[in-house]
Design a protein around this ligand. Sequence first.
Ligand code: FE2
Length: 352
Amino acid sequence: MERFSFQEAAFSECRNHEFSVAVDLKSGARNYRLNPAMLLADPIEQRSLAERLKPRIAVEQFFAQTGRKFRKKNFVLRHERTVVRPYLKFGLQIAGLYRRGIKNALAPLIRHLRLEFPDLPAAFHGFQILHISDFHIDGCPGLLEALAPMLSELEPDVCVLTGDYRFEDEGPCEAVYPLMRSILSNISTKQGIFGILGNHDASEIAFSLEEMGVRMLVNEAAEIRKNHASVWFIGVDDPFDYQCADLDSALAPVGTDDFKILLAHTPELYDDASQRGIHLYLCGHTHAGQIRFPVIGSLRHNADCPKNYSYGHWVHKGMHGYTSAGVGCSSLPIRYNCPPEITLIELRSQIE
Ligand SMILES: [Fe+2]
């Protein structure tokens, strides 16, 4: 009886969505409940967040019950928290590099990118997208204070968040919420904020972000209209650990000739996306390696894709992609030779 206790904040926020979560306070395991009425909902109700998250929640339950994940982890990843992390920190401290790594990680920059598209509706020429990825906000003390003044200076048309709000990939989420709320209060846009989930996120984070005003795209699309023209933002669930990305469902309402911007946590859907006519693919997850060496770059890029798709701008069969280096850190709050970034992307229609 005492093993599971309801998290009051999450429970009350999720009540509107006919959804609740109970958490094992010792292991962090979650037990999700959907209102059975949701299963019989009409087509509009079926697009509720709880309904769209059902595949993800099923996978979370499978992980919690079995202790397994779909992706096999190598020795380094299996022992990342208990062995690699403390020894890496100790080694960097001995070498006198640890403080510099923290300082680097708290110095985000704004990258500017202009991309031309022959198919972009003329009404969207000059449209600005602020892309932020991989906050891991509860594990990076000081990042909020560094980010807030930068964000408050900008006013893009749209802001997109490509996942990984939490530092660890399991355990409680409560520390994430007040920090994300502060960050979001510093973002002002003309047409809203879209978000997707990453592999470090629990599905309950999606409910909280929606309550904060983020339109969470879980295998669905949203249309932005301007002067009788439109572009579509298509968001998929995590293709990495949870493997719940469903491009077919997400693209269902989108026409073949529509201009399409895909939000996915990792770059791994690059080939599927280009075959489905995506014009711009925005993602993160890799942190650009987080520790990069001169000349050789990162030792691993942590995604099943060509290495040059794991950082920065890339093109695949005519589709533009951008893989953000991310604004936060995982494992340790340090970075070397790959500064944290937010990215301001301007779309251009080649009308000049
Ligand atoms: Fe990730």
